[in-house]
Design a protein around this ligand. Sequence first.
Ligand code: LLP
Length: 430
Amino acid sequence: MNHFEYRDGRLHVEDVPLADIAAEVGTPAYVYSSATLRRHYKVFAASLASAMPGGRHTVCYSVKANSNQAVIGVLAAMGSGADVVSGGELKRALKAGIPAEKIVFSGVGKTSAEMRQALEAGIKQFNVESEPELAVLSEVALGMGVRAPVAFRVNPDVDAETHAKISTGKAENKFGIPFDQARDIYRLAAALPSIDVIGVDVHIGSQLTRLAPFESAFARVAELTAQLRADGHRIRTLDLGGGLGIPYVRNAPWPQPDAYAGIIGRTVGHLGCELIFEPGRMITGNAGVLMSSVIYVKQGTNRRFVILDAAMNDLIRPAMYDAHHEILPETQPEDDDAWDRADLVGPVCESGDTFARDCEVPPLAAGDILCFETAGAYGAVMSSTYNTRPLVAEVLVDGDRFAIVRPREDVDSLIGRDRLPPWMQEDAAG
Ligand code: LLP
């Protein structure tokens, strides 16, 4: 459920007419709903609580999905922790008010500088993905005279049955430690004085629409945990990653948080560990839309093109993952409107700059506003300035209020980031 709905034929975000936002902020812009963010966080946390009454769990929102300070801030106020994958994300999470002791640090390529930054902050856990990474972390922690809390991310070789570019739990993926090497690396780590081995971590992919792959992966983690305990390790935390899919197609069935939590209860509930979760898309995906205006409607030889002011640089998902985002016109289509087929495209000079091909659209004319749904996760964070298109504005709605939470970038400051090398400056000076 989200809070984008029609009232008297006009699209509202919570209690704010979308047209008011467009008039003040312009298009394109991302628009997020605080109530939806809160609702998704609550639904997720409540499912876990009811599947494992009395069990300890920490929800560490995966900041990569949407790292706007205001968005993280809404979740921080709900008590969320954070999953970060860079020093930059760590800074963002801390700045938005997430306490260090609720932050886990994931990723295959942490640098020693990032490790130092995280140790100084006092984060909850490093999810270590290789032996060389362990060696560097051990050295950095030793140098600082501290102990690094470590879980190893294991690769269970399970097919997540999702898009190949976002599948991470197969043996051929770069992520995690191969299952058959796990016990050796735990033994190695336990002998290092600056490493505190505390847990096991797994994340098999993103946008999982079937729960069976989770079940296989978590069952393997449970087995490994028992083995590690028998080997003498005090495994206290299990980080089960993120990846729960959401409906991109309206009314499509999708895995329910309750069923997901049920699987967790069955597979790892008996181990008495603190459970950590890293949901990203599930929290922010349906809490945001990309608002855009029609620039032209153009009739081609055998198809019609609706040319929008938003483009692939603003929302890369259709071009990159063949992702589908439903459209939501600002004005509610009338029952007797004649819908037609068209391609929805942006102005960028690539044929891949297509949001949807040959899709049913209501009557649209230049100046009309429409939104792409489910753009709150992996939307703004993946945008670029390709074609010298400045980053778009981001807006947060809360009840009947809205505010710009990232102003539209201006072209001059974008160009102003370039520098001429000294020899070209001399040439220019004559
Ligand atoms: N934890 C780890 C270690 C991850 O790598 C990810 C996502 C998550 C948690 C959060 O996963 P989620 O709950 O959001 O599925 N740009 C792609 C998605 C990339 C996901 C990368 N890792 C997209 O737009 O579909």
